[in-house]
Design a protein around this ligand. Structure first.
Ligand SMILES: Nc1ncnc2c1ncn2[C@@H]1O[C@H](COP(=O)(O)OP(=O)(O)O)[C@@H](O)[C@H]1O
Ligand SMILES: NC(=O)c1ccc[n+]([C@@H]2O[C@H](COP(=O)(O)O)[C@@H](O)[C@H]2O)c1
Length: 191
């Protein structure tokens, strides 16, 4: 969900996990000129149609084909000490990633950061998007779309770990890091 703390957590995780990199869904928004407007005049940004999901998938598949080369191209590999050369980690973060089936089916682990309505609205009001949210956008578009996509997500996927986005950043990071390290070990033993 928007402002749950996804990019904060992803960036910290990426710094701690060797051979990891991030693909962020909000890098794939379509140009404002092609995003439709609803009958209330609200731009329909909080939908999969507002995103170049095909381009995002191309990036994800490029990592899957050759993660080390992908890391080298992003010049991240050299910054990290390698714990295990064989396991590379791709952190995919975004507000609609579990609703896009071709992407959702690729994940080894899924985390969903949730915060209550009032906290979400407050955090959102201190962020400036491009274009900025017009008056009434949160209640008229963002929150109703979140509720709709969340219902869809829960119908598609069951193995999501829900995280309380009200917890301190360090606590969230420690919990997910531990879980991911465990998963890396599991994958290494499987190979
Ligand atoms: N655990 C947390 N506790 C309090 N505030 C947080 C926490 N994580 C992130 N934030 C703050 O919430 C806002 C949104 O965080 P961000 O990581 O950009 O969310 P998202 O990527 O989910 O939209 C930022 O101002 C960030 O500093
Ligand atoms: N990056 C953009 O081009 C753009 C434009 C308008 C709104 N948004 C907002 O971005 C949100 C998703 O990103 P966050 O999960 O980082 O909040 C959506 O709720 C959407 O309304 C992004």
């Amino acid at each position: 969900m928007t402002n749950g703390g996804k990019s904060t957590l992803s960036k910290s995780l990426q710094q701690q996990i060797p051979n990891s990199c991030i693909i962020a869904q909000d890098s794939y928004f379509k140009d404002d000129s092609v995003v439709p407007v609803d009958s209330n005049g609200f731009k329909q940004y909080d939908t999969l149609d507002a995103l170049h999901m095909d381009t995002m998938m191309t990036e994800v598949n490029s990592w899957r084909q050759d993660p080390e080369s992908f890391l080298r191209q992003r010049d991240l590999n050299s910054e990290h000490k390698t714990l295990d050369k064989d396991v590379c980690v791709l952190i995919v973060e975004g507000f609609l990633i579990f609703n896009y089936r071709p992407l959702n089916e690729l994940f080894d682990k899924r985390y969903f950061m949730e915060i209550p309505y009032d906290v979400c609205k407050k955090r959102r009001s201190s962020r400036t998007y491009e274009p900025p949210d017009p008056p009434g956008y949160f209640d008229g578009h963002v929150w109703p779309m979140y509720l709709q996509y969340r219902r869809e997500m829960e119908n598609i996927t069951s193995d999501i770990v829900f995280l309380d986005g009200l917890k301190p950043r360090e606590e969230l990071l420690a919990a997910v890091y531990k879980d991911v390290v465990y998963e890396i070990e599991r994958l290494r033993e499987k190979d």
